[in-house]
Design a protein around this ligand. Sequence first.
Ligand SMILES: N[C@@H](CCC(=O)N[C@@H](CS)C(=O)NCC(=O)O)C(=O)O
Length: 213
Amino acid sequence: MSTPILWTSTNSSGSIAHQAARVSGLSIEVRFISIRAGDVRKPDYLAINPKGEVPALQLPDGTVITEIPAVIFWLAEAAPDSGLLPAGPSGRAKGMEWLAWCHWTMGRHFNPAFGPLRFAGGNEAAGNAVRAAALVRAKEALAFADAAVRRGGGTLCGTDQPCGADIFLAALVGFAGFLKIDISDLPALGALRDSVAAMPGVAAAIAREAAQG
Ligand SMILES: N[C@@H](CCC(=O)N[C@@H](CS)C(=O)NCC(=O)O)C(=O)O
């Protein structure tokens, strides 16, 4: 293998890494597996990512990078002019800070909203309560991010172009749509989602996933 391979699944958080990979401009092979078909739990894939999750970035030297912030950090390091992280030590740290925030927000609020039964021992009534609470928390988190984007003049870190954290936040906005969270009172997030979707690399990744089905 001479080209990194990005393992992902359509309509999943792996799409965030896929979009960032295209924004990086690096030559990366994208391989789709199906979460729904259980591919993430098959031995061949577990040998690549024992966590049984996407995304995973498999490098030619055998190193496998998992966890979205780490994947985007690697892409930003390998393509320093891509803008995936803002410039300078403080800018890079702020970019990582927001990547970590998005990741933590996805794990603690969005995941329970999407799959409440996993957080409620399979009990349906408890699951409904988990989901309701998670939706409230997710909306609060989105309001926090909306204020940050307004302060940044359209991006989380005040950059002219969206960075990797903005790509992640735009994905959370998309997840909010699936969850029917009303963000009409958070216009900075709608504008950010649109500016991220207009990035050529992001548009290419979205088109590729649509073609994949
Ligand atoms: N810790 C993970 C979170 C990613 C994640 O939640 N991946 C989900 C897809 S959205 C997954 O692969 N789930 C496997 C499954 O549902 O079996 C990361 O950042 O890489």
